[in-house]
Design a protein. Structure first.
Ligand code: PHE
Length: 455
């Protein structure tokens, strides 16, 4: 079916493990930390609706494209893009898509590792029992004490980066596969438990209508871009993570079906996170857009503090959230690591450590921008905000756009249809989505952001 190449890095043991690993990549801080507060900042239901449209019309076709390119090329994104472009008779400059992905990955890790560090810190807080009967003011103070202390943030950031490097350095079967096998099902269970609790709170009905009743008066000029960026971020698209995972996928796995499973799981977790968090907010009288990036860290502990065995549940929850962040950060570091191994012949260990050190050092900027450098801004954004905005809202959509254009316009029909294994009608649908809908969507949204023609 595929071009009969194999990856020097190895292969997933089964299609299921690939689905778990890719879901592990997709489900992360993006779903449980970022989705709720971004939704809150952009007015709720209307944002959710636009987000879902972006997932289906733009995200899924691009995810199929990333997996198919990765499996066809069987190398890290930079080398896969270069090899496929050459094979199909196009410029090798297509490798720049992979290069930009490497940068995007580093930018993402700068803030990802900091927030993942918060989850580690909160595991410790849960053990110490500070959430018992805590009010909204108290949980807010606990959060502020953490982010205003550079030394603590540094310790957690460093620990998380070491955790990420230590798994990536072990490779696919010994490292990545072992990490995702149990963690993902456990995370889902705990999330369901939290939603169960939220359903008993008085704010549940209000939260339902907040999330699912679109109020377009709240939709501002850049709402659509934010929703698009969030769709890319949440599905791990546009920077080569899924392409890299795809390069380890067996030639017999059905890419479209696999993609749909990953998309459904990722979206369900985001919506469930919303259903866990907003009811609690409404119940304690907090307004959604008050939260910001600290939202779940300030809100969920209130609920835990009132539950029987709340500290135990809080500990389990933050542990699982940390695992979710961990399985995602693996996929952010993996493309650069694989590229370094291919390019320099470094051992995996050396490559993973080198990439990890760079990401760690860049993370210091995000770390300090939360406290000592909080006044230092560029374009009105702190370093943390700038990294988040640039990578999520600009680099991922642009990367995804180029991937779609390459897969849709520059790959031969024989190659893409062999990889996708679709019947004629479904293949045509993928082609239309990849050639026209996804690129046009991204271009229009980016132009609108640049020139603001929708007002
Ligand atoms: N999808 C991950 C999340 O939702 C983040 C991520 C982005 C992972 C890009 C890999 C690549 O948290």
């Amino acid at each position: 079916m595929s071009a009969n190449r194999t990856s020097v890095h190895g292969q997933w043991s089964s299609r299921w493990i690939f689905i778990l690993a890719a879901t592990g990549s997709a489900v992360g801080l993006g779903n449980i930390w970022r989705f709720p507060y971004i939704t809150a900042e952009h007015g709720g239901g209307a944002f959710v609706l636009i987000y879902l449209v972006c997932i289906v019309l733009v995200g899924l076709p691009i995810m199929m494209s990333e997996i198919l390119l990765g499996r066809r090329g069987r190398r890290s994104p930079i080398h896969t893009m270069a090899a496929l472009a050459e094979e199909e008779g196009h410029s090798k400059h297509w490798r720049l898509v992979g290069v930009m992905g490497v940068f995007a990955g580093f930018f993402i890790l700068t803030f990802y590792s900091i927030v993942a560090g918060w989850t580690l810190a909160y595991m410790a807080r849960a053990v110490s029992g500070v959430f018992a009967d805590a009010s909204a003011q108290q949980t807010g103070a606990i959060f502020n004490a953490l982010v205003s202390d550079p030394e603590r943030l540094l310790a957690w950031h460093t620990i998380f980066m070491i955790m990420t490097v230590s798994v990536v350095s072990r490779g696919i079967k010994q490292g990545l596969e072992q990490a995702v096998r149990y963690l993902m099902p456990a995370l889902l269970l705990l999330l369901l438990l939290l939603v169960g609790y939220s359903m008993t709170t008085p704010g549940f009905a209000e939260a339902l209508s907040y999330l699912f009743k679109p109020d377009f008066s709240q939709v501002g000029a850049s709402t659509v871009l934010i929703a698009l960026g969030q769709a890319f971020f949440s599905l791990s698209l546009g920077m080569g993570a899924i392409m890299t995972y795809g390069s380890y996928l067996s030639g017999s796995a059905h890419i479209p079906r696999t993609t749909v499973s990953i998309g459904i799981m990722d979206t369900s977790v985001a919506l469930l996170a919303g259903l866990a968090i907003f009811p609690i907010m409404f119940s304690v009288g907090l307004h959604p857009h008050e939260g910001g990036p600290g939202l779940i860290f300030k809100i969920l502990p209130i609920a835990f503090g009132q539950m029987a065995y709340g500290n135990v549940l809080a500990f389990i929850f933050f542990t699982l959230l940390m695992f979710a962040a961990w399985t995602s950060s693996l996929s952010i570091l993996e493309p650069v690591t694989a590229w370094l191994v291919e390019k320099t012949g470094y051992s995996r260990l050396r490559a993973a450590i080198s990439a990890g050190v760079v990401a760690w050092a860049l993370g210091l900027g995000s770390l300090l921008s939360l406290n000592l450098w909080s006044e230092v801004t560029l374009f009105g954004m702190t370093f943390f905000d700038l990294m988040e905005h640039l990578s999520v809202n600009i680099m991922l959509p642009v990367g995804g756009l180029l991937i779609a254009v390459f897969a849709g316009w520059f790959m031969s029909r024989s190659a893409t249809s062999a990889e996708l294994g679709l019947g004629n009608g479904a293949y045509l649908a993928w082609k239309v989505a990849t050639r026209f809908i996804a690129p046009a969507g991204v271009i229009l949204i980016l132009l609108q952001e640049l020139f603001g023609f929708l007002g």
